[in-house]
Design a protein around this ligand. Structure first.
Ligand code: FAD
Ligand code: AMP
Length: 478
């Protein structure tokens, strides 16, 4: 008799491990299958996010931001002398944070009674799951419910095949151990901009090649415009309409990158090249022919609004299904699915998922952009407040950017909030909470914000929706 669980989760990333913990908290006998192993053969929990994604990238961004601030400390009257960065120490600190967090998930699994099954999970017919361990032993388990949370892998492009130490994907990019003189990045998306920022702060000449003519096409135009201006000042050389067409390794130590733009064929030579052209769902070896789960036309596992697949009792969440490839989206889907399995009524609000790019200043938004709303024919009111007018931002010497709030002209309901700012990643939560509670701009106007805080910019932007911001001239004609 094979062992049976109420829930088997395949994949221990932020989708899978959160789903497993929630299911166990709800009293369900739960196992989580993970194929990733460390050098000792133990399962590596936390998926892309904790190991080679959100957390390590933020650790490097924080270290290099501190470096930059220290270099510019004279603005506060602090004399530092020459500031230097010990890159291996920075990378070791990042590794320690990753180890603490991934180890912590093992502890949470134990505390909640989640069984970890090491191996490659494959869904068979009738909700059976075959787990093939690293030594090749295969065991079949049964489950009443299966949650597929297999995540995503980087897209590789034929013109830039990964080459040890020279042409890197996001995992390799997080382990560069000395400051390159010249860095190329293919793709001006979230990962490309974050990784480009890390090294630009340490003095690397960074060139970003972006195939699209428009910078940050999914962002609100005001955010994209402000960000482009600031990145230019930071010496991130972002070439738009520049498609990488080929690479050559020179003497085993440099990369010649060929690209075409509107002027024709061009090339640059760099010491390292990071390929950051996006990610694709990971479903190789995950599904047997007769398991009943279907993929969509782009290779994502096909699910409905509640993450149900075509096979009854089988759910899929996170990067392997439609929607933004974000850790918090994966985790919230995990919670929704565990709740549904436990018999609760659960629904996720896909309209209020914040997006953040952790450059400095940070770019953050939630809800619809001005251009989307205009295209939908929605009559809107817009309020904008610059951090340059915030006393607290001035005290922090962090005045780049703004908060922009878009409300419905007729109902005053907040439809989108877009920010560029030093701590926009934290401020955007205020906007998400407001939108989740269906707030109007007036609700924010009537809320008391502490003074002096950077958050006051959210209050002032809400006031500006009606031309009533106090600390900028914004009177609307009546
Ligand atoms: P994953 O995290 O990819 O986890 C899937 C897990 O399943 C993996 O551990 C994998 O080994 C395992 N697995 C797959 N198939 C099988 C199988 N058949 N059997 C057993 N195990 C299997 N998102 C944010 O929200 N904020 C950020 O700041 C952010 N920064 C990022 C920075 C970088 C450099 C990258 C690459 C990504 C970043 N992301 C960020 C995206 C985020 O990492 C993903 O959205 C998130 O990890 C998706 O979670 P997931 O659980 O769906 O999949
Ligand atoms: P994201 O999906 O946010 O990580 O962004 C990836 C970016 O890479 C997108 O903006 C793509 O337009 C860009 N991109 C994809 N292929 C190429 C290429 N061959 N050359 C340059 N940019 C590319």
């Amino acid at each position: 008799m094979s062992q049976k669980f109420d829930v088997i989760v395949i994949g221990a990333g932020p989708g899978g491990y959160v789903a497993a913990i929630r299911a166990a908290q709800l009293g369900l006998k739960t196992a989580c299958v993970e194929k990733w192993i460390d050098e000792k053969g133990a399962p590596v929990l936390g998926g892309t996010c904790l190991n080679v994604g959100c957390i390590p990238s933020k650790a490097l961004l924080e270290s290099t931001h501190q470096f930059h601030k220290t270099q510019h400390a004279d603005v506060h009257g602090i004399a530092t002398g020459e500031v230097s960065m010990d890159v291996p120490k920075m990378v070791a600190r990042k590794d320690k944070i990753v180890k603490n967090l991934t180890g912590g998930i093992g502890g949470l699994f134990k505390a909640n009674g989640v069984t970890t099954l090491q191996g490659m999970g494959k869904l068979l017919a009738d909700k059976k799951v075959e787990v093939t361990a690293a030594d090749g032993t295969a065991t079949v388990y049964e489950a009443d419910n299966v949650i597929l949370a297999s995540g995503s892998v980087p897209v590789n492009i034929p013109p830039a095949p990964l080459t040890e130490g020279l042409i890197l994907d996001n995992a390799g990019a997080l382990d560069i151990d000395e400051t390159p003189k010249r860095l190329g990045v293919i793709g001006a998306g979230v990962i490309g901009l974050e990784m480009g920022s890390v090294w630009a702060r340490l003095g690397t000449e960074v060139t970003v090649l972006e195939a699209m003519d428009e910078f940050l096409g999914a962002a609100d135009k005001d955010v994209a415009k402000e960000a482009a201006k600031i990145f230019k000042k930071q010496k991130l050389d972002i070439k738009l309409g520049a498609r990488c067409t080929g690479t050559e390794i020179i003497d085993g130590k440099e990369v010649l990158v060929k690209y075409t733009d509107s002027e024709g064929d061009k090339e640059i030579v760099v010491d390292k090249l990071i390929v950051a052209v996006g990610r694709k769902p990971q479903t190789n070896g995950l599904l047997s022919e007769d398991c009943g789960v279907k993929l969509d036309e782009r290779g994502f596992i096909f699910v409905d609004e509640q993450c149900k697949t075509a096979a009854p009792g089988v759910y899929a969440i996170g990067d392997s299904v439609r929607g933004p490839m974000l850790a918090h989206k994966a985790s919230e889907e995990g919670i929704m699915v565990a709740d549904i399995i436990a018999g609760h009524k659960a629904q996720m609000n896909y309209d209020v998922i914040p997006s953040i790019i952790y450059t400095h200043p940070e770019l953050a938004w939630v809800g619809k952009t001005e251009q989307e709303l205009k295209a939908d024919g929605v009559a809107i009111k817009v309020g904008k407040f610059p951090f340059a007018a915030s006393g607290r931002a001035m005290a922090a010497d962090d005045t780049d950017g703004f908060v922009k709030i878009i409300a419905d002209e007729a109902t005053d309901r907040i439809l989108g909030v877009h920010m560029v700012g030093g701590i926009a990643s934290e401020l955007i939560a205020q906007a998400a909470i407001a939108m989740e509670f269906c707030s109007s701009a007036e609700d924010l106007q009537l809320t008391v914000f502490a003074h002096p805080t950077v958050s006051e910019a959210v209050h002032e932007a809400a006031l500006a929706v009606d031309g009533h911001a106090i600390h900028i001239a914004n009177r609307k004609k009546r």
